[in-house]
Design a protein around this ligand. Structure first.
Ligand code: F6R
Length: 610
């Protein structure tokens, strides 16, 4: 949520910042801005409401901002509406210091009021402006930037990642973080800061992760990192395995479509290194594979689509392990008194590894004595670093705001984990069949992706419906939640997902002639029951798109106007194939409606506020 890029180097900063912002725009896109300090110490700021393109045209219509050091920001508004003034960077009233900030300063009002009493005037509605005004206030007193930075850090409460420039320090950029991601990149032509590794891939893949309360001082040639006691610390450098091309559209109209089409490969990369000699091998768990012996309950904690993976996990892991499994919304978890402790295992699922609610749930679980195993896509992210065990989904960078390939890889990995644990508990039947099915899975996904015209055709028939219901039983109910979310977030059609048997307890009153119902019936044991639910909505006038496997296609198609028919796989893996038509349907509906698919309104990738 919000993107930060910073550069201290040997070439002009503005093109580097704009390139970084373009790659970060998926993290927030209601305004953007840059600040540059020229070699003679002139602080120059340009910012504007709207997409990055607006800032680009602002910058191209004037004399280029010159300077080899700069910071940039793309915003997802929290405090203050998206407008030019509230856009970052923010500058103090002395026009000496500029700050870009991700996160929320919780005590900003108290600080703002106290600064206003001292005669400092504010121009924006943001919490960020208090940081820069306070910095300038202390700097004016102490004349030392680092003293001022540490004084500010001791005063502010909340979450932050920040890049700071001061016109009196023309070659230097300061970076700090607490509970919001920030990393430092080491390049040949200078050094970088970024909230997200994708912003750096075209410049460098060598990075270090800033930890909470660390402060970095960055120049073109040096990076020095200090802890909260102002002692210099040595940090490990990491090499990111993603390459720059993975974060490009590669000829596709949208990142979302590209990422949907990448699913066979993403699943293969996630599965195959973990299969050896006909067995699931989770090296990441090493000896700890036996922890399952002492576990009496599992919580799967996540947000949004990752939570929907957790719902699939609830049904599947409970069946495999015969222990209670609960899928929990991370935003509710720590406020709901979960029964934690040594015998509870908490599985946190997160693509970004930075979702604040999931992070807070992780910390709560650890504080209360449970082990945390996370399933994460971004290497070195905060959730990965704080978990006891991490399983990475090797999906590569996911840029579209609506998740697709991260979702499928999370699901396959969670199911593999369930099968792995079940074998440890010596209660795994059909192990060999599941391994075979895992090996065959990428090819089956390719089959689902073969005929894009089919999804396109169905979407163009229904794209102007304003209300859509998804229904299904068991894992199909969980799949419906994801299908409905995909449709809502990118096409803005109101949609709900119901457990098919629940519809008649109230919601069926909303079904009227022409209402579109997407009926999911891929879970073989309940296909006939699902059929009855389809008949119920049809007899009230609903139009039905049915989804099932080849084996039961005839049964469902007898009642449906259109069909998504998916290949069969082992039942525990079936939902991985089932989600793909739902992703494509949402994509083509949104395309027909002319929506901004990769950057849906009001949303942002990676939600780092509570
Ligand atoms: C929906 C979507 C979100 C994320 C959720 C969690 O398409 O992408 O619902 O799944 O914000 O994000 P991560 O997985 O990064 O924790």
């Amino acid at each position: 949520m919000c993107g930060i890029i910073g550069y201290a180097g040997k070439t002009e900063a503005v093109p580097v910042l704009l390139d970084g912002l373009e790659r970060l725009e998926y993290r927030g896109y209601d305004s953007a801005g840059v600040a540059v300090v020229s070699s003679d110490g002139k602080l120059q700021v340009r910012k504007s409401r709207g997409r990055l393109a607006v800032l680009r045209s602002l910058l191209s219509g004037e004399k280029p901002l010159s300077g080899e050091i700069g910071i940039g920001h793309t915003r997802w508004a929290t405090h203050g509406e998206p407008n030019d003034v509230n856009a970052h960077p923010h500058v103090g009233q002395e026009n000496k210091i500029a700050v870009v900030h991700n996160g929320i300063i919780e005590n900003y009002l108290e600080i703002k009021n106290s600064l206003m009493r001292k005669g400092i005037s504010f121009s924006s509605d943001t919490d960020t402006e208090v940081i820069v005004q306070l910095l300038e206030y202390y700097y004016k007193k102490d004349s030392n930037l680092m003293d001022a930075v540490y004084r500010v850090l001791s005063r502010i409460k909340g979450a932050y990642a920040m890049g700071i420039l001061c016109s009196d320090y023309p070659g230097q950029m300061v970076a700090v973080r607490k509970d919001a991601p920030l990393l430092i990149g080491f390049g040949d032509d200078g050094n970088y800061i970024a909230s997200d590794v994708t912003a750096l891939l075209s410049h460098t893949r060598t990075v270090t992760y800033l930890e909470d309360d660390e402060v970095a001082v960055i120049t073109a040639d040096t990076v020095q990192i200090y802890d909260s006691d102002r002692c210099c610390t040595e940090k490990e450098k990491h090499v990111i395995e993603w390459d720059a091309a993975a974060a490009e559209k590669g000829g596709y109209a949208h990142f979302m479509l590209k990422e949907i089409m990448e699913q066979p490969e993403a699943v293969r990369k996630t599965v195959s290194p973990r299969l050896a000699d006909g067995k699931i091998l989770l090296q990441e768990l090493e000896d700890a594979g036996n922890i399952i012996q002492n576990i009496s309950r599992i919580y799967i904690v996540a947000c949004g689509s990752a939570y929907h993976v957790g719902m699939i996990g609830k049904y599947t892991l409970e069946k495999l392990l015969h222990i209670p499994v609960e899928a929990c919304l991370a935003s509710e978890f720590r406020y709901s008194e979960p029964i934690l402790g040594e015998t509870a295992l908490v599985i946190v699922i997160s693509q970004s590894g930075e979702t604040l609610d999931s992070m807070a749930a992780l910390r709560e679980a650890k504080k209360r004595g449970s082990k945390v195993l996370s399933i994460v896509n971004v290497m070195g992210s905060s959730i990965a670093r704080e978990s006891d065990f991490v399983l990475y989904t090797w999906a590569g960078p996911e840029i579209a705001v609506a998740t697709t390939k991260a979702y499928t890889t999370q699901m396959v990995l969670l199911i593999m984990l369930g099968v792995f644990f079940a074998r440890k508990l010596k209660q795994m039947e059909e192990y060999d069949r599941i391994i075979e099915a895992l090996i065959a899975l990428p090819e089956k996904i390719k089959e689902v992706l073969k005929d894009l015209n089919h999804y396109q055709k169905i979407a163009s028939r229904y794209f102007n419906h304003n209300r859509v219901f998804y229904m299904g039983r068991n894992v199909d109910y969980a799949l419906g939640l994801e299908g409905s979310l995909k449709l809502k977030e990118i096409s803005y059609i109101h949609s709900e997902s119901y457990a098919a048997g629940e519809l008649k307890h109230g919601t069926i009153s909303l079904i009227e002639p022409g209402t579109l119902v997407v009926a999911l019936a891929t879970y073989a044991p309940l296909v006939e029951k699902s059929l009855s639910n389809i008949v119920e909505v049809k007899s009230r006038g609903a139009e039905v798109i049915g989804m099932t496997t080849e084996k039961t296609a005839d049964i469902i198609s007898s009642q449906a106007s259109e069909m998504f028919v998916i290949p069969r796989t082992h039942p525990v893996l079936q939902p991985i194939l089932g989600v793909i038509p739902l992703q494509l349907f949402a994509y083509y509906v949104a395309l027909n409606r002319g929506c901004d698919i990769d950057k849906p309104r009001n949303l942002a990738k990676s939600v780092t506020v509570e």
